[in-house]
Design a protein around this ligand. Structure first.
Ligand SMILES: N[C@@H](CCC(=O)N[C@@H](CS)C(=O)NCC(=O)O)C(=O)O
Length: 338
């Protein structure tokens, strides 16, 4: 019921706004920065550091688009949004881009006036529990109180999974992220359910003693997370989509923020096209031929961003898993720039 209201409300707002800003590229160029929807603070994916600079794998999407369009990765404004607020902010034109652990689903990609621009993290929904609960498997959660956030895909997935597995649970659904976290930390609920990446982040950055908590082995859904833009603005959709592909493709080609200047001399035609040495890709999108060079130089390739923000070089220590390159058994596969 709650979810239905949220969807209906969003649709009403969408039709009222009627794509007020169809030409997002011009709007962004004139404004001089990208308005980028992120979370209210989710370590590793989108959170401000102690100096107030927004960092994370999703924030790198904001930075990549800023680098591609404006030549400067710092020219974006992070707009913090909770799960419930995100699609309305996109529909109303408050943001140019939603880059915030958002699962691509058929409904979101069609009926909300939003459209997916790719997947920057393949995830699945899981469960975080205190070790004191003495539960080793999600199958033992019958009778548990389960915390989750309003307006997430996690609400419905939890209900579907519980029904299928004949598990009865008491949902505690809260709109503000920090309030759900506090409800869980204080024992108001036994379990926190959301994307496994989110659970890793919550465990490390929000729990006073991470060692007292464990993520259960079951992953109950596919949660392909990625950026969204408004429907009806294909040139902008292309820019966001190809900014992500530039990062993924650069990793496949072995181009990094460190060696990108060297790579300008590469004899590989794929490298030459991506870096704008052979022009065309920039013109096709109405941006500078150095669009991908600027992304790679200032933000790094996908692997660099992954390691720095959520991988082994970060507190989260998440393995590449499904997010490895397709050449290494993962799902990250950039479409070719040619
Ligand atoms: N991938 C799921 C869940 C994403 C989500 O919003 N997760 C919560 C985690 S509990 C979150 O990011 N909260 C941060 C916030 O609201 O600022 C979805 O797209 O619905």
């Amino acid at each position: 019921m709650r979810y239905a209201n949220y969807v209906t409300g969003a649709l009403v707002l969408f039709s009222a706004m009627q794509l007020a800003q169809a030409d997002t590229l011009s709007v962004v160029k004139n404004r001089g920065y990208v308005e980028c929807g992120v979370t209210t603070g989710f370590a590793g994916f989108s959170a401000p550091d102690d100096k107030g600079n927004w960092k994370g794998l999703d924030v790198d999407m904001c930075r990549a688009v800023a680098a591609a369009v404006l030549g400067d990765a710092s020219k974006f404004k992070a707009v913090p949004l909770n799960s419930q607020q995100r699609f309305t902010a996109l529909q109303s034109g408050e943001i140019d881009l939603l880059a915030r652990n958002t699962t691509v689903t058929q409904q979101r990609d069609t009926a909300l006036g939003a459209i997916s621009a790719g997947v920057n993290y393949y995830d699945g929904q899981g469960f975080l529990v205190p070790k004191s609960l003495k539960v080793k498997s999600a199958k033992e959660l019958d009778g548990a109180t389960v915390c989750m956030q309003t307006g997430t895909s996690n609400e419905n997935t939890m209900a579907d999974w519980a029904r299928a597995n004949n598990i009865h649970y008491k949902p505690v659904v809260i709109e503000q992220f920090n309030e759900v976290v506090n409800a869980f930390a204080s024992g108001r609920c036994d379990v926190f359910t959301t994307d496994a990446s989110g659970l890793a982040s919550i465990r490390i950055s929000k729990m006073q003693n991470p060692d007292n908590y464990v993520v259960l082995p079951e992953i109950i859904s596919k949660e392909p997370l990625g950026p969204f833009v408004r429907q009806g603005d294909d040139p902008w959709l292309n820019i966001v989509k190809w900014s992500l592909y530039a990062m993924i493709g650069a990793e496949e080609l072995g181009i990094t923020s460190k060696n990108v200047d060297e790579e300008l001399k590469s004899a590989n035609p794929n490298v030459q096209r991506l870096l704008g040495v052979t022009p065309g890709a920039g013109k096709n999108m109405g941006v500078d031929e150095k669009w991908a060079y600027n992304i790679i130089k200032q933000v790094g390739n996908y692997g660099e961003s992954f390691e720095r923000n959520v991988g082994m070089g970060s507190p989260l220590k998440i393995a590449r898993g499904l997010n490895a390159q397709w050449t290494k058994g993962g799902l990250m596969y950039a479409l070719p720039v040619r």
